[in-house]
Design a protein around this ligand. Structure first.
Ligand code: B12
Ligand code: SF4
Ligand code: SF4
Length: 381
């Protein structure tokens, strides 16, 4: 690479070589409205039980809050545009839908590795520069920073929309003490489109550009540890891990080229059309084997069983009743509770029999509430 070119240009060429589909630079204080918007969101309680979002809100709200020495933010995007329509299996009752982002390798690992490679290159090119790399888990607001760096704009679904890659970019960031020339926002907007807002199955957008995570299927199936509130169970349909609906309907996706997606994110065959009957048979050890290397492993077997049971209850297929019955005696209360709900819908007669045998001896208050057809009492915060 020719050294006489500016470092920003060489950085972007290196990022592309490493596999990033998008790279832009913002000044560290380029998104000043973010901290106040985050505070307002937290004050509404829209983050639900994601208490880690409250805990380091000061640091999350601005790059300098996290690291006072940071001068520039390098925002990066890696494409995971799917080749197939993510909504195609919506009507397949006996099959679960895993969101596109989780059908391949865990992006936390893949993106982090590439970020580190790019950061190492930068430090070698600019000795004395200090760097920190982030993807998802640190108190960093990747979307507004990516917008400020010109990767796209935050759409009405709140995710970053790119002219070239639609809604299918994983984001990551490198904070550096280097003073780099900023790209500034690229512009772009949703205009009068509201496709994502109307597609949402659980009405999770109180207004355009604002999400109530507590209503989002992604939150309910991944972040939420307890029982899924009754009000959302039917709407969840056969989504067993995350949700793609608001992303999948975005018209900007038509410019996203699936072949540009990183090979690591190509879907694993067994996760594209997973049969609920197979998943419901997993014990802890087989769950770990099937989901090794996948982000799904992070939620653990019990939460995944809970999700699969909700999907089974929505399947309309009595063939799944024996699997639900077997899970009525699962050691995990969250699994037992979901099994009760599923069985009530799949085979009311068998449910009645099971209730007589089990309800009175059930020790867990949330599971007892399920036998009574009630929403689970919320655990204390
Ligand atoms: C918490 C979180 C969630 C939560 C909350 C979602 C949310 N939108 O905040 C839940 C669990 C629901 C979730 C779900 C998903 N997530 Co998530 N999530 C995060 C995380 C860790 C933090 C996001 C955050 O800071 N939220 C706080 C809110 C306040 O910030 P915000 O959404 O930017 O809010 C802005 C708007 O409200 C806006 N705003 C407010 N008022 C107004 C008014 C106007 C006029 C305008 C223009 C704007 C505006 O300003 C706020 C500040 O920028 C990020 C990783 C990271 N560290 O950034 C990933 C991240 C956002 N998630 C990601 C993904 C892929 C998903 C899912 C698609 C996964 C799936 N398929 O199931 C869904 C999508 C749901 C959705 N529509 O957002 C990607 C998004 C990539 C992209 N292209 O944007 C990220 C960046 C992870 C990554 N590294 O790639 N996620
Ligand atoms: S991910 Fe699904 S549930 Fe969440 S906001 Fe988007 S469409 Fe709604
Ligand atoms: S679907 Fe429409 S409104 Fe939603 S993010 Fe895409 S362009 Fe914006």
């Amino acid at each position: 690479m020719r050294q006489d070119k500016p470092i920003e240009e060489r950085l972007k060429a290196k990022a592309a070589e490493i596999g990033f589909a998008a790279c832009g630079i913002a000044d560290a204080d380029a998104a000043p409205q973010t901290a106040a918007r985050l505070q307002a969101w937290l004050a509404e309680g829209a983050h639900g039980d994601m208490l880690w979002m409250e805990e380091r809100a000061e640091q999350r709200g601005s790059p300098k809050g996290l690291w006072p020495e940071v001068r520039s933010v390098i925002a990066l995007g890696m494409s995971y545009a799917p080749a197939a329509d993510p909504l195609a299996l919506a009507e397949e009752g006996e099959v679960g839908r895993i969101s596109v982002y989780a059908q391949g390798a865990d992006y936390h690992d893949v993106v982090k590795r590439r970020l580190k490679e790019l950061a190492r290159w930068l430090v070698a090119e600019a000795p004395g520069a200090d760097v920190k790399v982030f993807v998802d888990t640190a108190p960093v607001m990747e979307k507004p920073l990516s917008e400020a760096a010109g990767l796209g704009w935050q759409g009405k679904h709140t995710n970053l929309v790119s002219r070239a890659h639609g809604s299918w970019l994983f984001l990551g960031a490198i904070y550096t003490t280097l003073e780099l020339a900023s790209d500034g926002p690229s512009g772009g907007s949703c205009g009068s489109c509201d496709a994502c807002q109307t597609a949402c199955p659980t009405d999770a957008f109180p207004a355009p550009y604002r999400i109530d995570a507590r209503r989002c299927v992604s939150y309910l199936t991944i972040e939420n540890k307890g029982p899924i509130p009754h009000a959302f169970r039917e709407a969840i349909g056969n989504r067993i891990y995350g949700c793609d609906d608001c992303l999948a309907v975005c018209p900007w996706n038509k410019f996203a080229v699936a072949a540009q997606a990183n090979l690591a994110f190509h879907p694993r065959a067994e996760l594209t059309v997973p049969y609920l009957a197979d998943l419901l048979a997993l014990d802890d050890a087989s769950f770990r084997t099937v989901f090794a290397g996948s982000p799904i492993k992070r939620i653990g077997r019990d939460r995944m069983m809970r999700n699969c049971l909700i999907a089974a209850g929505n399947s309309g297929s009595a063939r799944l009743a024996p699997a639900a019955t077997a899970l009525l005696d699962d050691p995990a209360p969250v699994v037992r509770g979901a099994a009760i709900w599923a069985l009530a819908r799949l085979d009311p007669f068998r449910w009645q029999e099971a209730r007589v045998a089990r309800a009175r001896s059930e020790a867990d208050p949330q599971v007892r509430a399920e036998w009574d057809g009630l929403d689970s009492p919320a655990p204390p915060r």
